[in-house]
Design a protein around this ligand. Structure first.
Ligand code: DC
Length: 224
Protein backbone atom coordinates (compact mmCIF):
# COMPACT_ATOMS: atom_id res chain seq x y z
CA UNK A 1 0.00 0.00 0.00
CA UNK A 2 1.26 3.48 -0.77
CA UNK A 3 1.78 5.74 2.24
CA UNK A 4 -1.16 7.40 3.94
CA UNK A 5 -1.89 11.12 4.35
CA UNK A 6 -1.61 12.33 7.94
CA UNK A 7 -3.14 15.69 8.92
CA UNK A 8 -1.94 17.46 12.06
CA UNK A 9 -3.77 20.54 13.30
CA UNK A 10 -3.85 22.51 16.53
CA UNK A 11 -3.23 25.92 18.09
CA UNK A 12 0.04 27.87 17.91
CA UNK A 13 2.82 26.59 20.12
CA UNK A 14 1.35 23.14 20.79
CA UNK A 15 4.36 21.45 19.18
CA UNK A 16 2.71 20.48 15.90
CA UNK A 17 5.80 21.17 13.77
CA UNK A 18 8.09 19.08 15.96
CA UNK A 19 5.57 16.24 16.09
CA UNK A 20 4.95 16.37 12.34
CA UNK A 21 8.65 16.45 11.51
CA UNK A 22 9.58 13.58 13.83
CA UNK A 23 6.61 11.45 12.79
CA UNK A 24 7.45 11.98 9.11
CA UNK A 25 11.08 11.04 9.80
CA UNK A 26 10.09 7.80 11.50
CA UNK A 27 7.72 6.82 8.71
CA UNK A 28 10.02 7.98 5.90
CA UNK A 29 7.28 10.39 4.76
CA UNK A 30 7.38 13.90 3.36
CA UNK A 31 6.68 16.67 5.91
CA UNK A 32 4.81 19.82 4.83
CA UNK A 33 4.50 22.95 7.00
CA UNK A 34 1.45 24.75 5.58
CA UNK A 35 1.91 27.76 7.91
CA UNK A 36 5.26 28.42 6.20
CA UNK A 37 3.37 28.96 2.93
CA UNK A 38 1.16 31.68 4.49
CA UNK A 39 4.35 33.20 5.90
CA UNK A 40 5.98 33.14 2.43
CA UNK A 41 3.04 35.10 0.95
CA UNK A 42 3.37 37.59 3.82
CA UNK A 43 7.10 37.99 3.11
CA UNK A 44 6.33 38.61 -0.57
CA UNK A 45 3.77 41.26 0.42
CA UNK A 46 6.38 42.99 2.57
CA UNK A 47 8.97 42.92 -0.18
CA UNK A 48 6.63 44.16 -2.91
CA UNK A 49 4.81 46.59 -0.67
CA UNK A 50 1.38 44.99 -1.05
CA UNK A 51 -1.11 45.91 1.71
CA UNK A 52 -2.31 43.19 4.11
CA UNK A 53 -5.92 43.85 3.12
CA UNK A 54 -5.34 43.89 -0.66
CA UNK A 55 -6.70 40.39 -1.33
CA UNK A 56 -6.43 40.55 -5.14
CA UNK A 57 -2.81 41.72 -5.16
CA UNK A 58 -1.88 39.15 -2.52
CA UNK A 59 -3.39 36.43 -4.71
CA UNK A 60 -1.47 37.79 -7.71
CA UNK A 61 1.78 37.45 -5.76
CA UNK A 62 1.05 33.73 -5.40
CA UNK A 63 0.45 33.42 -9.15
CA UNK A 64 3.57 35.36 -10.04
CA UNK A 65 6.06 33.70 -7.70
CA UNK A 66 7.09 30.14 -7.14
CA UNK A 67 6.62 29.19 -3.47
CA UNK A 68 8.00 25.75 -2.56
CA UNK A 69 7.52 24.09 0.81
CA UNK A 70 9.37 21.00 1.91
CA UNK A 71 9.30 20.69 5.68
CA UNK A 72 12.05 22.79 7.19
CA UNK A 73 12.89 24.47 3.88
CA UNK A 74 10.75 27.11 2.18
CA UNK A 75 11.85 28.80 -1.04
CA UNK A 76 10.50 31.65 -3.15
CA UNK A 77 11.67 31.60 -6.78
CA UNK A 78 14.54 29.34 -5.68
CA UNK A 79 15.72 31.60 -2.82
CA UNK A 80 15.80 29.95 0.60
CA UNK A 81 13.53 32.09 2.82
CA UNK A 82 13.21 29.59 5.70
CA UNK A 83 14.70 32.10 8.17
CA UNK A 84 13.21 35.27 6.69
CA UNK A 85 9.64 33.96 7.08
CA UNK A 86 10.19 33.67 10.88
CA UNK A 87 10.93 37.40 11.33
CA UNK A 88 8.88 39.48 13.77
CA UNK A 89 7.38 41.52 10.93
CA UNK A 90 6.13 38.42 9.11
CA UNK A 91 4.86 36.83 12.35
CA UNK A 92 2.85 39.94 13.16
CA UNK A 93 1.21 40.29 9.73
CA UNK A 94 0.59 36.68 8.72
CA UNK A 95 -2.68 36.31 10.66
CA UNK A 96 -4.16 39.14 8.53
CA UNK A 97 -2.83 37.78 5.22
CA UNK A 98 -4.10 34.25 5.91
CA UNK A 99 -7.71 35.30 6.47
CA UNK A 100 -8.37 36.16 2.79
CA UNK A 101 -10.45 33.50 0.95
CA UNK A 102 -8.58 33.99 -2.34
CA UNK A 103 -5.18 33.54 -0.67
CA UNK A 104 -6.43 30.43 1.12
CA UNK A 105 -7.97 28.99 -2.05
CA UNK A 106 -4.67 29.21 -3.92
CA UNK A 107 -2.54 27.82 -1.10
CA UNK A 108 -5.03 25.01 -0.35
CA UNK A 109 -4.79 23.97 -4.00
CA UNK A 110 -0.98 23.85 -3.73
CA UNK A 111 -1.19 21.91 -0.45
CA UNK A 112 -3.55 19.31 -1.94
CA UNK A 113 -1.18 18.92 -4.84
CA UNK A 114 1.75 18.34 -2.46
CA UNK A 115 -0.24 15.56 -0.74
CA UNK A 116 -1.64 13.87 -3.83
CA UNK A 117 0.85 10.98 -3.84
CA UNK A 118 0.30 10.12 -0.17
CA UNK A 119 3.14 9.31 2.29
CA UNK A 120 2.85 12.78 3.75
CA UNK A 121 2.48 14.45 7.14
CA UNK A 122 0.96 17.91 6.70
CA UNK A 123 0.66 20.32 9.56
CA UNK A 124 -1.44 23.49 10.00
CA UNK A 125 -4.82 24.76 11.23
CA UNK A 126 -7.30 23.47 8.62
CA UNK A 127 -5.60 20.38 7.19
CA UNK A 128 -8.05 17.83 8.59
CA UNK A 129 -11.11 20.03 8.03
CA UNK A 130 -10.49 21.77 4.68
CA UNK A 131 -7.25 20.81 2.90
CA UNK A 132 -7.42 17.02 3.29
CA UNK A 133 -10.87 16.21 4.74
CA UNK A 134 -10.43 12.62 3.53
CA UNK A 135 -6.95 12.12 5.04
CA UNK A 136 -6.55 8.56 6.32
CA UNK A 137 -5.36 9.79 9.72
CA UNK A 138 -5.88 13.06 11.58
CA UNK A 139 -4.42 14.35 14.84
CA UNK A 140 -5.43 17.48 16.73
CA UNK A 141 -2.61 18.48 19.07
CA UNK A 142 -3.26 20.72 22.06
CA UNK A 143 -1.50 21.85 25.24
CA UNK A 144 -2.48 24.25 28.05
CA UNK A 145 -1.93 27.93 27.22
CA UNK A 146 0.48 28.35 30.15
CA UNK A 147 2.54 25.34 29.09
CA UNK A 148 2.71 26.61 25.49
CA UNK A 149 3.82 30.02 26.79
CA UNK A 150 6.53 28.40 28.97
CA UNK A 151 7.89 26.45 25.97
CA UNK A 152 7.83 29.52 23.72
CA UNK A 153 9.52 31.68 26.36
CA UNK A 154 12.32 29.11 26.70
CA UNK A 155 12.90 29.18 22.91
CA UNK A 156 12.90 32.98 22.81
CA UNK A 157 15.26 33.37 25.77
CA UNK A 158 17.62 30.87 24.10
CA UNK A 159 17.57 33.16 21.05
CA UNK A 160 18.54 36.08 23.28
CA UNK A 161 15.12 37.80 23.07
CA UNK A 162 14.07 40.04 25.94
CA UNK A 163 10.46 39.04 26.72
CA UNK A 164 8.43 38.17 29.81
CA UNK A 165 6.18 35.18 30.47
CA UNK A 166 3.12 37.47 30.57
CA UNK A 167 3.93 38.98 27.15
CA UNK A 168 4.34 35.53 25.60
CA UNK A 169 1.13 34.26 27.22
CA UNK A 170 -0.86 37.28 25.97
CA UNK A 171 0.50 36.69 22.45
CA UNK A 172 -0.58 33.03 22.58
CA UNK A 173 -4.07 34.04 23.72
CA UNK A 174 -4.33 36.56 20.89
CA UNK A 175 -3.20 34.03 18.26
CA UNK A 176 -5.70 31.46 19.58
CA UNK A 177 -8.47 34.03 19.26
CA UNK A 178 -7.46 35.05 15.71
CA UNK A 179 -7.06 31.43 14.55
CA UNK A 180 -10.37 30.22 15.95
CA UNK A 181 -12.55 33.25 15.19
CA UNK A 182 -11.51 33.61 11.54
CA UNK A 183 -14.47 33.53 9.13
CA UNK A 184 -12.75 31.25 6.60
CA UNK A 185 -11.32 27.88 7.70
CA UNK A 186 -11.10 28.65 11.43
CA UNK A 187 -9.08 26.39 13.68
CA UNK A 188 -11.24 23.52 14.87
CA UNK A 189 -10.87 19.81 15.52
CA UNK A 190 -12.20 17.59 12.70
CA UNK A 191 -14.84 15.19 14.03
CA UNK A 192 -12.66 12.22 13.05
CA UNK A 193 -9.37 13.64 14.42
CA UNK A 194 -7.59 12.01 17.37
CA UNK A 195 -7.05 14.52 20.18
CA UNK A 196 -3.51 14.57 21.63
CA UNK A 197 -3.03 16.72 24.75
CA UNK A 198 0.75 16.86 25.25
CA UNK A 199 0.75 19.30 28.21
CA UNK A 200 2.42 16.76 30.47
CA UNK A 201 3.71 14.36 27.82
CA UNK A 202 7.38 13.83 26.97
CA UNK A 203 7.93 14.26 23.22
CA UNK A 204 9.23 10.70 22.72
CA UNK A 205 6.11 9.26 24.31
CA UNK A 206 3.89 11.43 22.10
CA UNK A 207 5.68 10.45 18.89
CA UNK A 208 5.71 6.76 19.86
CA UNK A 209 1.93 6.80 20.24
CA UNK A 210 1.40 8.69 16.99
CA UNK A 211 3.75 6.35 15.13
CA UNK A 212 1.99 3.28 16.51
CA UNK A 213 -1.41 4.59 15.44
CA UNK A 214 -0.06 5.51 11.99
CA UNK A 215 1.45 2.06 11.46
CA UNK A 216 -1.76 0.34 12.57
CA UNK A 217 -3.71 2.60 10.22
CA UNK A 218 -1.28 1.82 7.42
CA UNK A 219 -1.86 -1.88 7.91
CA UNK A 220 -5.55 -1.02 7.93
CA UNK A 221 -6.11 -3.24 10.93
CA UNK A 222 -7.98 -0.77 13.08
CA UNK A 223 -10.63 1.85 12.33
CA UNK A 224 -10.23 4.92 14.58
O1 DC B 1 1.96 27.67 12.20
P1 DC B 1 2.44 29.09 11.92
O2 DC B 1 2.47 29.98 13.14
O3 DC B 1 3.72 29.15 11.16
O4 DC B 1 1.32 29.71 10.96
C1 DC B 1 1.44 31.00 10.46
C2 DC B 1 0.06 31.61 10.29
O5 DC B 1 -0.65 30.94 9.27
C3 DC B 1 -0.82 31.63 11.52
O6 DC B 1 -1.42 32.91 11.62
C4 DC B 1 -1.89 30.61 11.24
C5 DC B 1 -1.93 30.55 9.73
N1 DC B 1 -2.21 29.23 9.19
C6 DC B 1 -3.44 29.02 8.62
O7 DC B 1 -4.28 29.91 8.65
N2 DC B 1 -3.72 27.82 8.06
C7 DC B 1 -2.82 26.85 8.04
N3 DC B 1 -3.12 25.68 7.47
C8 DC B 1 -1.54 27.05 8.63
C9 DC B 1 -1.28 28.26 9.20
Amino acid sequence: MKGIRIAIDGPAGAGKSTAARLLAERLGYKYIDSGAMYRAVTLLALRFDVGWEDEKKLAMLIDKHNICQNGLITTIDGEDVSLAIRSKQVSEAVSVVCKHPLVRKKLVEMQRNLAKDGAVVMEGRDIGTVVLPDAELKFFIVADKEERARRRLKEMVALGKDVTFTEVLENIKLRDLLDSSRAVAPLRQASDAILVDNTRMPIDFEINIMEKIARRKLEDKVEF
